[in-house]
Design a protein around this ligand. Structure first.
Ligand SMILES: NC(=O)c1ccc[n+]([C@@H]2O[C@H](COP(=O)([O-])OP(=O)(O)OC[C@H]3O[C@@H](n4cnc5c(N)ncnc54)[C@H](OP(=O)(O)O)[C@@H]3O)[C@@H](O)[C@H]2O)c1
Length: 250
């Protein structure tokens, strides 16, 4: 395989399905070697198999991103295998259910969502940045349209995704002169396991939410992530880029 990321290494959290798996395949198609971390072993190994099937190189490390030792081990495994890290794609996330008003919202669900969606992103960058600095690489954090606008029922999800954007901007400013760009993407509804869980039976509503009249695909989200890591986005940092079929323009 050859492409714009030939010789480079990308780390993708939540690479066992959905946007993370599509991103692993997109980076591998451009020549990058990919390390993925997620909790489900079989699904993670399936991503490795799909990458290898296309002639790429991948590594899966069972990881819960909310646990510092595990996220540190994921980064360490990529370095041990390939001795470099160019890109951090911090994508692991959960929606947190049930979606109910704040007064009924479970404290345990709140803590879990914040731990995975926000603490997990902080931990990933904490361990990735020293290596990415050496390559003057890039980071993309997966937020959501829920990081840009509010909505009822999922206070922890909205708060965590807004937090991801704040975290992204802060870290982008820390490394702006060091050649490391840090951005976020904010997908609208993307057809993944998460969307299937959340929107099952409401596909018509989902299509109607998007001015483009449809939900997005994991490949469309991956393409935006890839672009933000590429030299084509060389003057872009600290941004939260909607990939949402127009949802946030309404
Ligand atoms: N689909 C949408 O409509 C949509 C819209 C906006 C934003 N997003 C965001 O996109 C990201 C990817 O979601 P998706 O839509 O691709 O859904 P998905 O298919 O459910 O993927 C979520 C990924 O996160 C991983 N994950 C969850 N908890 C984890 C943990 N504690 N440690 C490590 N990995 C964990 C999952 O792997 P394991 O279960 O194997 O751990 C899985 O690989 C999420 O951050 C989500 O909030 C999705």
């Amino acid at each position: 395989m050859s492409g714009i990321f030939e010789g480079k290494v990308a780390l993708i959290t939540g690479g066992s399905s959905g946007i993370g798996r599509a991103t692993a395949l997109a980076f591998a198609a451009e020549g990058a070697r990919v390390a993925i971390g997620a909790r489900r072993e079989a699904e993670g190994q399936e991503t490795v198999r799909l990458v290898e099937q296309k002639g790429g190189e991948a590594l899966f490390v069972p990881t819960d991103v909310s646990i510092p030792e595990q996220t540190e081990r994921l980064v360490g495994s990529a370095i041990e295998r390939w001795n470099r890290l160019d890109f951090g794609i911090n994508n692991a996330g959960i929606e947190g259910t049930p979606f109910v008003p704040v007064t009924d919202y479970s404290i345990e669900v709140w803590d879990h969502v914040i731990d995975v969606n926000l603490r997990g992103m902080f931990l990933a960058m904490k361990y990735e940045v020293p290596h990415i600095l050496k390559q003057r690489g890039a980071i993309v954090n997966v937020s959501s349209v829920a990081g840009l606008i509010g909505g009822p029922g999922g206070c922890a999800y909205y708060a965590s995704k807004h937090g991801v954007i704040g975290l992204t901007k802060a870290v982008a400013m820390e490394y702006a002169t060091a050649g490391v760009r840090v951005n976020a993407v904010c997908p609208g509804v993307i057809r993944t396991e998460m969307a299937e869980r959340f929107w099952k039976g409401k596909e018509g509503i989902v299509d109607g939410l998007h001015p483009m009249g449809r939900a997005g695909t994991p490949e469309e989200a991956a393409a935006a992530i890839l672009w933000l890591c590429s030299p084509h986005a060389s003057f872009i940092t600290g941004q939260a880029v909607p990939v949402d079929g127009g949802v946030t323009t309404r």
